[in-house]
Design a protein around this ligand. Sequence first.
Ligand code: HEC
Ligand code: HEC
Length: 373
Amino acid sequence: MTDQPNAPAGAQTVWDLPLRLFHWIAVSAVAVSLVTGYLLGDHWLFLHVAAGGVLGGLLAFRLAWGVIGSRYSRFATFPLRPSGVRRQIGHLMRGRSDLHTGHNPVGAWMIVALLAGLGLLVATGLVVWGGQEHQGPLSAVIGYKLGHGVKEVHEVLAALLLTAVGIHVAGVVVETVVFRHPVVKAMVHGRKPVPGSGETARTVGLTHTVVGLGLMALAVGAWLYWFYLPRPAVAPVRTSQAYTRDCGDCHWAFHPSLRTAGTWRTMMAGLADHYGEDASLAPDRRDQVTAYLVAHAAETADTEASHEIGRRETASGRITDTRYWQRRHRQLSDQDFARPDVGSKMACNACHRDADTGRFDDDMIQPPKGVPA
Ligand code: HEC
Ligand code: HEC
């Protein structure tokens, strides 16, 4: 394609502006999603998902641009033939690397792998976001179990993507440092000093560029809108007044989805000795509260809290004795719970703004200042 060593070198515009923007915004979004996914706590999930939304839009744009973009953005110009890959690897083994106008064969396959990997990550992310968190466009059609299962796939894909990004960056470093091909600069200003091969890439027209930028903005906007559709699916259970009156005196009136119907029945039958306190109620009020708790017990909900806490029986009947609860709060000390603005472990609503709905969404975790989150 461009192996004409004797021809004079001339800088050509190879990467059009929309493609370069796509590349660097995608780099930032991938960085944000890796940092929020691997290093930061659950309450950063909104940022992780925002990065996923941006990537979804960027990928939609890239697919379109792969057809209607300028010459080297188009998938049809990707040198994917095995013979080219073999030739390039042969050259590399002999310490040689030709500067290609567009992508080189190995690089082109890398791009295909990265785009496919990102597409799968966005798709599985949507399933997890919809099923496990009951948010986003798929929340109404995907249940907790499926979302929870697909999360494992999402995590494996993330590890693969991290590896692919590492190889991609290593390739770029080798090109730049060993072979002195200014490929990073080319992705900034778009031009490459390519040995003249007669196939000058015409400068990309203004209209073409504007259409590309508009398309990208539209795609990203549409995806973000789609990702952030209002949260339906789990209708927040309105706390019954009778319940808060009768069970909200000594501690926050726990959301009914945090225990099973069976556990509530047992607890309501033993109120005279309720963890050492007498919490007895008149029979009609006791029956009213029991009916409310049973009607909205864990089995009736599909939230993460109802699956991971509510459905898990504990010998003590306690919510705070479940493994999941303990794991999620292990960074908090007894002092954190004893603070005057929290009170106790049972004051779920001191740190979870949506505790009364039973959702316990990650982005609704807002402990008082000073509590490690
Ligand atoms: C007289 C005060 C009082 C009343 C009224 C009361 N509780 Fe409790 N409740 C307690 C105490 C004390 C504990 C145990 C606190 C501890 O040991 O940390 C507790 C614990 C609990 C727990 C276990 C919490 C955990 O740590 O996982 C649940 C569930 C519970 N109560 C439900 C109810 C319900 C339902 C009602 C209404 C019928 C109710 N409580 C009314 C005092 C009360
Ligand atoms: C002192 C503040 C505080 C109190 C009180 C508290 N939590 Fe939390 N909770 C947190 C923090 C912080 C996290 C996030 C931990 C992390 O980043 O993994 C969390 C995480 C969770 C999660 C996981 C959310 C998710 O989607 O990942 C659930 C469910 C939860 N808490 C339920 C409860 C329940 C039920 C109670 C009451 C029995 C409670 N919490 C009391 C601070 C608190």
